[in-house]
Ligand binder design. Sequence first.
Ligand code: BT5
Length: 285
Amino acid sequence: MQVEFINADLQKKISGHLFRKNINDLEVIAFSEINSTNTFAKKIIEERHVKKAVIVSEKQTEGRGRLGRKFFSPEKTGLYLSIIYTMQNGITNPAMITVSAAVSVSRAIKKLFNIEVKVKWINDIFLNGKKIAGILTEGAVNPQSQKIESCVIGIGINLSDGENGKNKFPDELKKTAGSLFGTEKINSENIIAELSAEIFVELENIFSEPQEKIVSEYKSLLFMLGKKIKVFPVAGDGLCGSGDFYFATVTDLSREAGLVVLLDDGSKKILTSGEVSLRSENLVE
Ligand code: BT5
């Protein structure tokens, strides 16, 4: 049976932050525990056609990453947030939603805590060489317009390393995962409320900004330019079938937020998010 524990206090705090920023045209739902805020968001879009919402949980029992991967979501040390957003004119490039979310997260963290994070294309946020956050964007395409109108933007942020500085990451994540505040003692509920409201505000602002500006800000956060990467193609990639992986050097970001890479044979290729799985450990040098 699915367990959902509403956290009314957290809900009130998030609504308060949003209200002070003049935002009250959305649903705010907060849980102490849920399976996955993205799964819940998709459910309420289907059942009640919700168009705009902020859904937060202090813990997830089945937090999801991309391509069926898991997102480790222990209680009170992280922010697990899903934003339901409905675009007025739709959006044809889903990568732009993820890119906009990454820029919003970095702006919110900089504004509230004066911490500058970096981005690993396309959906990972890094601090001091470790992944501190991930983004999972899921969209619903309107078959008539062929555009994504409603989307669920899932954002998971590791806030601290756990009680008494004891790193609670499981063994397989210890080398690659980090957190925003490390071993610092934090009031996670207040941070969760303030940060989720700020991310929503930044995201709503960013959706009205020109794509060029967003892509250029995203590019300034990328730490991969000039680096060699190991690329694992997934379905749809032209090089699929030519081996399990290939090496390439990142040279640029395209106008559509694709990763421009130079292959060892001298040819250029633009990687798009649906085609390529790029894992943290695959940054070669
Ligand atoms: C992501 O996928 O990083 C997207 C994560 C999105 C999580 C949010 S939380 C709210 C909303 N509800 C959900 O159910 N999901 C969203 P991906 O790029 O596929 O990365 C997954 C990989 O990151 C895993 O295979 C691990 O290697 C690593 N990982 C898992 N949990 C982590 C964590 N807490 N911190 C850092 N790395 C993690």
